[in-house]
Design a protein around this ligand. Structure first.
Ligand code: AMP
Ligand code: GLY
Length: 436
């Protein structure tokens, strides 16, 4: 099959690596792509500033069998709708269903209507109502979460335990370039517990769970420092109850599909379910309309199944093979990934260390130790690091302790002379069970 992959980060690098391994992948093309993704596919010949409708038309004219979308932005901007209009199968939801991520107000409304467990909430408009409602909630509870409803690049959520932090959240929401995303705001109760995410491929036939992963969102060890896009993760999640996957399918995914169907919507693509677990059970924190980054990197390495075939089934291009569900049991051991970020991440425009990453780092022939690149560019035939999350190092081993050791041994060698890199040392180190 001839496949187009949209995106350019480490998540898409991992997807390109994974899609390329399939016996049904004849040609993989990428857009906008990255120097390291080029090892797996050719770049679509269209300018970086092309409109989504033009990318879809070119893909249709060049006889692609289907498109896979990595990031949320093209989905929010209606890329899947352009594909649908042209009759080009797209693995990624239509704009209306992608609102599960791009509108928290919509997502909470769907959860409430479907009876999906989630934090109690209010939807408010404008700064005055936001402040008043948050203050009022704080009187009755110990804390409130204030969330910009629109996409805010992970910066629009504030967990507040006092009046001063509510004030601070209002300042940031309404006066620091986020006002559009914060036109509507969701105010909700603080959930207690431990977070993890669950991923499901959806479309034709029965949804196929990929599994759970735990992301470490704070910048520093011990969950200190500012929130980031994710500094590393592990899969599977040993502290969850054994039937956790069945519970999430029955209490979240199935009611969600029924509710969307009532509203005339169908979800095709990967659904990301953000969850909070405690000893009493779980609640949904958020939905995203895509794979996570870096969750995609651990799952792509851990899951031995052929994702290209799975995606083709979800698009109705291959008949459904129910063995894919049972085959998940063949996945064994544990997979851990650690993100190497520039020292200014997640803020800072300041120039940081410029480091040349050996090309051999990205060969990824040993499928149990892989490197996927985000902020790495090609300069005079050398791969040079930039700002932000730069590399994700993924290791698979018999257990999480071994996988951690393998990742960190590799990282210690790689970063020996690397100035301007930061990473967490404690990814995957908290494995104790939830129950007291
Ligand atoms: P969201 O974008 O909705 O996932 O929120 C980002 C992060 O804020 C989550 O990953 C949680 O760590 C935290 N968060 C969001 N909602 C809540 C909540 N109701 N209770 C506690 N923490 C939350
Ligand atoms: N790693 C969190 C996310 O992709 O949203």
């Amino acid at each position: 099959m001839k496949i187009l992959l949209i995106g350019s980060g480490a998540r898409e690098h991992a997807l390109a690596w994974k899609i390329r391994q399939s016996s049904i992948t004849d040609e993989l093309w990428i857009w906008p792509g990255s120097p390291t993704m080029s090892a797996h596919g050719k770049r679509l010949d269209i300018g970086g500033d092309a409109r989504w409708a033009d990318v879809a038309r070119l893909a249709k004219n060049q006889d692609f069998d289907f498109v896979v979308v990595g990031p949320e932005q093209p989905l929010e901007e209606g890329f899947a709708d352009s594909c649908q209009d042209l009759g080009l199968p797209c693995f990624g939801p239509l704009q209306s269903a992608a609102r599960l991520e791009s509108s928290k107000a919509f997502s909470k409304d769907v959860m409430a209507a479907a009876g999906i467990p989630t934090a109690a909430f209010f939807v408010v408009k404008g700064e005055a109502e936001c402040r008043a409602k948050a203050m009022e909630c704080l009187e009755r509870t110990q804390g409130v979460v204030i969330k910009a409803s629109g996409l805010a690049a992970g910066k629009g959520v504030f967990v507040c335990f006092d009046k001063a932090s509510i004030e601070d959240a209002c300042q940031r929401l309404y006066y620091s370039g986020m006002a559009k995303a914060a036109e509507t705001v969701v105010i909700e109760e603080v959930l207690k517990g431990r977070e993890c995410s669950f991923f499901v491929f959806m479309g034709e036939g029965t949804p196929t769970p990929l599994g759970f992963a735990v992301d470490h969102k704070r910048l520093k060890d011990g969950d200190e420092g500012p929130n980031t896009g994710g500094m590393g993760c592990y899969t599977p999640v040993p502290w969850l109850p054994e039937n956790a996957g069945d519970q999430v399918m029955a209490k979240v995914v199935e009611p969600l599909i029924r509710e969307l169907s009532k509203r005339g919507m169908k979800y095709t693509g990967c659904l990301y379910v953000g969850l909070m677990w405690n000893d009493e059970g779980f609640a949904v924190v958020e939905f995203n309309a895509r794979l996570g980054d870096p969750e995609a990197e651990v799952l792509a390495v851990h899951d031995k199944r052929d994702w290209t075939k799975l995606i083709a089934m979800k698009l109705g291009l291959l008949p459904e093979d129910k063995n894919f569900l049972a085959d998940a049991k063949k996945n064994s051991g544990a997979t851990v990934c650690v993100v190497l970020a520039s020292s200014c991440y997640p803020f800072g425009e300041a120039a940081t260390g410029r480091y040349v990453v050996p090309k051999a780092e990205f060969l990824n022939e040993d499928k149990s130790l892989c490197a996927f690149a985000a902020a790495v560019r090609l300069e005079n035939d050398e791969l040079v690091t930039g700002k932000g999350r730069m590399l994700t190092i993924v290791s698979h081993a018999e257990n999480v302790t071994e996988a951690r050791r393998k990742s960190y041994d590799h990282i210690d060698r790689l970063t020996k002379d690397w100035v301007g890199v930061q990473f967490r040392r404690d990814i995957g180190s908290h494995m104790e069970k939830l129950t007291k």
